[in-house]
Design a protein around this ligand. Sequence first.
Ligand SMILES: Nc1ncnc2c1ncn2[C@@H]1O[C@H](COP(=O)(O)OP(=O)(O)OP(=O)(O)O)[C@@H](O)[C@H]1O
Ligand SMILES: [Mg+2]
Length: 268
Amino acid sequence: MSKIFTDTELPNIIDLKGIGQSYDGGENWIMKDLEFLVEDKPDQGQFVVILGMSGSGKSTLLRYIAGLQDPTEGDILINNQKVGEGDRVSMVFQQYSSLPWMTVLENVSLALRYKGVAAAEREDQAREIIELVGLAGHENKFAQYPNLSGGQLQRIAIARSIIANPRILLMDEPFGALDIRTRLNMQDLLTSIWRKFHSTIIFVTHDIAEAVYLADDIYILKSSPSRFVRHIDIDLPLVRSKETKRLPHYTELVHKVEDAMMEVSEMG
Ligand SMILES: Nc1ncnc2c1ncn2[C@@H]1O[C@H](COP(=O)(O)OP(=O)(O)OP(=O)(O)O)[C@@H](O)[C@H]1O
Ligand SMILES: [Mg+2]
């Protein structure tokens, strides 16, 4: 099989080496010798999508990169430093992660407060992002159901992570709970704003059409033990729009990824 990751002269932004994960003292390994490499494309950012069957370890990998969990074996380097040492990583979780005792405006400006941005400036920036995610008019509501719907709460979580302007943004099935209309709107919102921030986004989804629409690169994870076994270069125009989905090449890529997923699901 061809090599999945190629280390070129570009700087490595995320580098996982020899990762192993066991939860029973080394008897069973749910991950073994896993490698993952994302190179930095300066002034561009990039969109990497991870696909894999349920339980293949996608959320676990994001937790490693966010510094929320250590693997049993191996090294995690962010910008060539051990994870947690001065890097900027934000994560949008599978479940909503807004703070229900704060208003929408307070939730979104929180990251700026941690950075020491002055109150007036914080509010200006937060209002701009709230408008971008389509929540203008809801600024003073508490960030809880049923004041706001599930989709609106998830948009707050997305606004919170975008405003922090992280070098790396980890998104774990962020649109999983949204209805189709909100989901398509959020996809477009993400494509329209993320390149402005030059972030590297690592995005997990089960939706292949969504993966192809958003990604520059797709990597497929096999299970037991987890390891990346396919890379699909999404050679669509850099700027995506509704027209992208009408391109014959978009449909070809969706079929290619579906075929690859079926092959990988039979591996283990
Ligand atoms: N604390 C734990 N103890 C034992 N096994 C665990 C623990 N945490 C995770 N696992 C196992 O690790 C594997 C990977 O889990 P993970 O949540 O990363 O999968 P996933 O790819 O994100 O799945 P999904 O698509 O369903 O979200 C699963 O088999 C899970 O059961
Ligand atoms: Mg998961």
